[in-house]
Design a protein around this ligand. Structure first.
Ligand code: SF4
Ligand code: SF4
Length: 404
């Protein structure tokens, strides 16, 4: 592979009508240092199978060919000691352009150290680092099952301090909506926007089989209301991205950022209570491959495993062109046959770029909707301070970690 050109974007491949491997979702480890109420992977992690070895992951990389995006998942990815080597392997062998790296933020110093290393060893890689941040203080801690609010805040602050002007590092926050934080999300989004220099803050309804029963409370109506309420944040974040990154022009950044996030939200709310056609093909199993921490593989996260990579010599070509994947893709039938339309943002985004005509229709509509929902957002110091009082935050602690 060495010397080959870094691959074109997902959109370039899609516009050439090629449905080829675009994204690998790698569950790096079955270990985690949190106990989230809404964790959909708790049962899998409880099996305590062994993580794939570096040699097995290296073989997967050596056989995958060029693809665009590596989405990491877990468990908590930072608990995998050889994670930087794994990412560098995919960068070298597969010419990945984008890395999506989620973390619960429990290890702020390690995150910064690893990001520095990746910036040196993978200079062309766009890295989206997304910290889980679910609500104010105790709400976050209750939802996450361990005290971690100030750790996550510290991680966000340290990443910003170290990579403020680095256009290759996209700093984001992901908030999962549950019964614990549902009522404070608009306040939380306001506080986060005012206090942290992040480029994106997405909300996602809890999905799959959760660790705790009864945490999934979103209905189509409640999600619709919430998503409309937070829509005015989308142009604000788009403006920040446009001003702070160097990979895309400002007007284009706004159109695509607002369009993609709002379109994803639209599809999600339509599927929260029952499956409802996305209005475009789902490309799971054609452009995406999910590899669990122990080697089981799937076309998408929400469908059952269909084999183990170990039984395919860890060869991605054999996996993608094998009978099990062919059968799975046939059964999914681009979503129409399986009628398994879901709320999963990663697959909605991974599929939307493979459907260019429908994509632009959705982006145009989403931009029009967000424009209509625009309203001024108050992020005055007085308001932020009053929220810190209202939600009982430890301001001394926030000062200590540099947030205030
Ligand atoms: S949701 Fe993520 S951080 Fe929380 S317990 Fe599950 S794997 Fe760990
Ligand atoms: S619609 Fe959702 S659940 Fe069904 S295959 Fe696509 S990503 Fe998976």
């Amino acid at each position: 592979m060495a010397g080959k050109k870094r691959g074109g974007s997902s959109f370039t491949a899609a516009s050439n009508n090629k449905r080829e491997l675009d994204s690998i979702f790698l569950f790096t480890t079955g270990k985690c240092n949190q106990k989230c109420a809404m964790c959909f992977y708790a049962d899998d992690m409880a099996k305590k199978e062994e993580d794939l070895s570096f040699a097995q992951i290296e073989k997967l990389s050596q056989t995958a060919g060029n693809f665009n995006k590596l989405w990491l998942s877990g468990g908590e990815p930072t608990l995998r000691e050889d994670l930087p080597e794994i990412i560098e392997t995919f960068y070298k062998n597969n010419h990945i352009k984008d890395l999506a790296m989620p973390s619960n933020g429990m290890k702020p110093d390690r995150l910064v150290e690893w990001l520095k290393r990746l910036r040196t060893n993978c200079p062309d890689l766009n890295i989206t680092i997304s910290i889980s941040f679910d609500g104010f203080g105790k709400t976050h801690d209750t939802q996450r099952g361990v005290e971690s609010f100030y750790r996550a805040a510290e991680a966000l602050k340290k990443i910003d301090d170290n990579f403020r002007d680095d256009g290759k590092i996209i700093k984001g926050i992901a908030t999962v909506i549950t019964k614990y934080n549902e009522n404070e999300i608009p306040d939380f989004m306001t506080w986060v926007f005012g206090r942290f220099n992040v480029y994106t803050h997405t909300i996602e309804a809890a999905r799959g089989m959760t660790r705790e029963d009864g945490v999934k409370i979103c209905t189509e109506e409640s999600l619709n209301k919430l998503q409309d309420e937070v829509a005015p944040f989308l142009p604000l974040y788009a403006k920040r991205i446009g001003e702070s990154t160097n990979f895309i022009g400002r007007g284009i950044a706004k159109y695509f950022y607002v369009g993609f996030i709002r379109s994803m939200y639209n599809i999600r709310k339509q599927n929260i209570e029952k499956p409802s056609c996305w209005g475009m093909d789902c490309t799971a199993g054609e452009t995406t491959l999910v590899i669990d921490y122990d080697g089981r593989f799937r076309a998408c996260e929400l469908r059952d495993p269909i084999g183990k990579v170990q039984d395919y010599d860890c060869d991605v070509q054999k996996i993608m062109h094998g009978d099990a994947m062919k059968k799975e893709v046939e059964e999914i039938g681009h979503g129409y046959k399986a009628n398994c339309w879901c709320t999963h943002g990663c697959w909605i985004i991974a599929s939307i770029v493979q459907n260019p005509a429908q994509m632009f229709a959705k982006l145009n509509r989403a931009n029009r909707e967000v424009k209509k929902l625009a309203r001024p957002i108050n992020i005055s110091e007085d308001l932020l301070h009053s929220m810190e009082q209202k939600y009982g935050l430890d301001t001394a602690k926030l000062k200590e970690i540099g947030v205030l």
